[in-house]
Ligand binder design. Structure first.
Ligand code: ADP
Ligand code: ASP
Ligand code: MG
Length: 432
């Protein structure tokens, strides 16, 4: 069997944990399997490297804290992003080499592969590169020579041979991409929780582990910021049918299997709830109500690479309308700057640009929503019973998201979690 295991940052956070990963790797080899390992940087290392790069652009003596995406707007350029990728890719190189050595120290055979040795080819979009193809000939050769192949996650190379990275949390994407390309029998994501829970167990301590979750639900959950898997990795897994098993790196018990939807899954209306604190709200008041206005607004934001999530346009009144939308909180200053400098078709301007970083998005997700009515009403009733005001709403076939004040985010999450009964009974039973 070909096993692919990905160890996340907390699982390789220090030398003791790296030694423990090495022992676990040898356990797989002892069972007669071939093993490819993808590693993340040691916990906190990527943030530290980004903070160093950010601090360079600040006044001397200050230390900029890394938050959200890579860099603050003023410092951003393709040439600087190239250097940033050179820098942050070192984090994974360190843990790959250390894990390979730990495997050798424990009596096994291993080799680490990084950057140009990996065969992970990408486009040239530094800091958020997309995979173009994977050449796994070198990995195969090393496996056939009886070695555990420890690959640095998160990184690839472009056509020019320059190092690129796949975006935050990108080691998950590396893992699924190699598993798909090499047709691994299993892709295990080993992390600091023992599976996917009904919600973030760090926020709701009585959240419960789910045995099986569909690709679609996991995709929504990942897109809502539930770090446990990055959304591109789920997209890839769904596209290529990669069997993903999220489980603890600390013990051998079964975790959560991410699988194609099963008929019984529709019996559970809401399977997971999520809280995304990284959104901010922008309101443009009295925007001229003429064709092409919102198109121009969102085109400008899109061209600046600012991803807009929820959008509400109010009914027009006396030739004007209010437009409200959300953007990632880290992009708020840039969005504001752009909107202030922009003129709308016909030369009009909004009366005011109001921004509010103090919001969050709470969502309920479940494939069962397709076949059950009244979920939106129940969501609103649960929040109303807690006295929580809803500022915006958006829905998809299997998700309802509401924007509420950041102050009430955790309360809303807990109320919805328990209100939909996720604290009771098996979160989702194993298939009989
Ligand atoms: P790694 O370093 O292994 O990549 P991450 O920190 O990226 O790990 O992801 C694991 C974290 O995801 C957990 O510690 C947990 O707090 C968080 N998380 C958020 N939502 C969920 C959820 N629904 N189920 C499990 N973990 C979740
Ligand atoms: N080290 C990278 C990050 O922190 C990639 C990963 O951990 O998946 O985003
Ligand atoms: Mg992660």
């Amino acid at each position: 069997m070909l096993v692919l295991q990905k160890y996340g940052g907390t699982s390789v956070a220090d030398l003791d944990r790296i030694r423990a990963c090495a022992r676990r790797c040898l356990g797989v080899v002892e069972q007669g399997h071939q093993l490819v390992v993808i590693v993340s940087a040691m916990a906190g290392q990527t943030n530290r490297l980004i903070a160093l790069a950010n601090s360079l652009g600040e006044a001397e003596g200050s230390t900029a804290a890394a938050k959200g995406p890579y860099v603050v707007a003023a410092q951003r350029s393709p040439a600087r992003d190239r250097e940033l990728d050179q820098l942050v890719a070192t984090g994974e190189k360190v843990s790959a080499a250390l894990l390979a050595m730990a495997i050798m120290d424990a009596g096994g055979e291993a080799v680490s592969l990084v950057g140009h040795q990996l065969g992970m080819h990408t486009d040239r979009n530094f800091t958020r590169a997309r995979i173009t193809h994977i050449d796994h000939e070198r990995i195969r050769r090393e496996l056939d020579a009886g070695r555990v192949v420890v690959c640095a996650g998160f990184q690839g190379i472009d056509e020019a041979g320059d190092i690129t990275t796949l975006g935050r949390g990108g080691s998950d994407t590396s893992a699924v991409a190699f598993a798909a390309a090499m047709q691994a029998d299993v892709c295990e994501i080993l992390t600091d929780v023992d599976g996917v829970y009904t919600t973030d167990p760090r926020v709701v301590s009585h959240a419960r582990k789910i045995d099986r979750v569909s690709y679609e639900e996991m995709l929504e959950l990942a897109a809502l910021g539930a770090k446990v898997l990055c959304s591109r990795s789920v997209e890839l897994a769904m596209k290529h049918g990669v069997p993903v098993h999220v489980r603890s790196s600390l013990h051998e018990g079964p975790g959560t299997f991410i699988v194609p939807e099963e008929p019984s899954m529709e019996d559970v209306v809401v399977s997971v709830v999520a809280l995304d604190r990284n959104e901010a709200k922008v309101t443009l008041t009295e925007v001229p109500d003429v064709p092409g206005t919102v198109a121009a607004l969102f085109r400008a934001l899109g061209e600046a690479g600012i991803v807009v999530d929820m959008i509400i346009q109010n009914a027009a009144h006396q030739g004007h309308t209010d437009v409200t939308f959300t953007v990632p909180e880290a992009e708020l200053p840039r969005a504001r700057e752009l909107l202030e400098g922009m003129s709308l078709p016909g030369g009009g301007r909004p009366a005011a640009i109001l921004t509010d970083p103090g919001i969050c998005k709470v969502s309920v997700v479940g494939v069962g929503m397709r076949s059950h009515a009244g979920i939106a009403a129940k969501t609103f009733e649960i929040l109303a019973a807690e006295g929580i005001n809803i500022q915006m709403v958006s829905t998809s076939e299997i998700k309802i998201s509401v924007v509420v004040s950041e102050r009430y985010g955790e309360l809303a999450l807990r109320a919805l979690h328990d209100g939909f009964g996720l604290h009771q009974g098996p979160a989702r039973a194993e298939r009989p």
